[in-house]
Design a protein around this ligand. Structure first.
Ligand code: TRP
Ligand code: SF4
Length: 373
């Protein structure tokens, strides 16, 4: 990728080259902080496996304060534009991981962004925010009584005041250097996201100075803007730079970007079991043209979306994952068998999850105020 290319969080460029991203924008490799993290907590599997590949200020803003028993807050968000899939689960699992470490979790539903940039129907975004995103987070194990959920369009006035204030110290040229061509909807959404990321530092919202923002790599432009803004409002509002981590995006079952708008290659956590099974059985693998060839040459797990599923979602035990990898490349494991194994794990997960989800849906409204206007 040339240095002319802008990383577009509104989804026109897929991040293939994570190394490029780190070199160009000064994101640090996450494996540098793994040992230090181990002193206070076991890294989760995404961290161990390099799926969480990069960070900014993780030592300073997360490990140090946690080791001293100081408060840390997490803020991350979801665009309520479609159904909750396994890509979203990756973020959810991390949110839950941090909550278990005692981090105060804040989750924003980006309904204002979905309305303005994605031109989504208003009612629909609210419903998706409540019953897809928040309900799935709870069903996956987030304790709602200790978390804060909010919609961008339904916050306290000081949050909107931040957006107004931020507009004074950001130029259009600067935004275009970060995001590419801008228009009012994107300008407002970017400043709104900066308010999401920074508002938890205000006394009104807990006054958290150590903030971690775990996101997919495509969201880094927003983090860079929020960091610049925090510098410019350091004196006036006592804002500090947030820490962030960046994860790889799991590919869809066709090997391309996983997306709610491509239901055939994306497994949703609410898929009927039969539907999910048939998607997985059709998934792109790294298998060879014939069984004979595969037995001889071995298969190519790095090309395989079923292997992705094992690595990202289905197998927590690193040794067990290594065994699958080894038997795949040696040709001992054949794809049909391997897919059936994957399905038996996934099936149990989905069955169990969907029961929990029904219960979670009944209680979401106890924990968040949906917008009325
Ligand atoms: N723009 C994010 C997305 O498209 C959603 C979002 C809004 C967000 N505010 C945020 C993400 C703050 C992280 C932090 O998914
Ligand atoms: Fe993928 Fe399994 Fe086939 Fe290997 S054996 S390519 S991991 S489906």
């Amino acid at each position: 990728m040339s240095s002319e290319v802008k990383l577009d969080p509104w989804g026109h460029i897929s991040v293939k080259d994570y190394g490029w991203l780190m070199r160009t924008f000064g994101i640090k490799p996450f494996n540098e902080v793994l040992d230090k993290l181990r002193e206070i907590a076991e890294p989760n599997r995404y961290m161990r496996r390099g799926i969480v590949f990069g960070h900014r200020d993780f030592g300073k803003k997360v490990i140090n304060p946690l080791s001293k028993g100081e408060p840390v807050a997490l803020l991350t968000g979801f665009m309520p534009s479609g159904r909750f899939h396994f890509g979203h689960k990756l973020t959810a699992d991390q949110i839950i991981y941090y909550q278990k470490l005692g981090v105060k979790v804040h989750v924003v539903i980006a309904d204002a962004e979905a309305y303005a940039v994605r031109k989504m129907d208003r009612e629909k975004t609210i419903e998706i925010g409540l019953y897809e995103y928040i309900a799935n987070l709870i069903a996956l194990g987030l304790d709602p009584s200790k978390a804060v959920f909010y919609f961008q369009s339904n916050q306290k006035p000081t949050y909107y005041r931040l957006i107004q204030m931020f507009s004074r110290k950001v130029s259009l040229a600067e935004m275009e250097a970060i995001y590419g061509t801008m228009e009012p909807s994107k300008v407002v959404s970017a400043l709104t996201q900066a308010a999401d990321i920074l508002h938890v530092q205000l006394d009104d919202y807990g006054g958290y100075k150590n903030v971690i923002v775990p996101v997919g790599a495509d969201q880094d432009p927003h983090l860079r803007l929020a960091r610049d803004i925090s510098d410019r409002f350091h004196n006036e509002l006592n804002l500090e730079r947030p820490a962030s981590t960046y994860h790889m995006l799991q590919r869809g079952l066709d090997g391309n970007k996983m997306s709610s708008s491509k239901p055939d290659s994306t497994i949703f956590l609410t898929d009927d079991l039969e539907v999910a099974r048939s998607k997985l059985m059709k998934a792109l693998t790294g298998g060879r043209a014939t069984v004979e060839e595969q037995k001889q040459l071995g298969a190519e797990p790095w090309k395989c979306t079923v292997y992705d599923f094992y690595m990202f979602q289905l197998i927590d035990d690193d040794k067990r994952l290594q065994e699958i990898y080894d038997s795949c490349i040696s040709g001992k494991l054949l794809c049909g068998h391997c897919k059936r194994n994957a399905w038996s794990i996934l099936e149990k997960f989905l069955e169990d999850h969907q029961k929990k989800l029904e219960k979670a849906k009944d209680i979401v409204l106890k924990y968040v105020d949906p917008p009325k206007f």
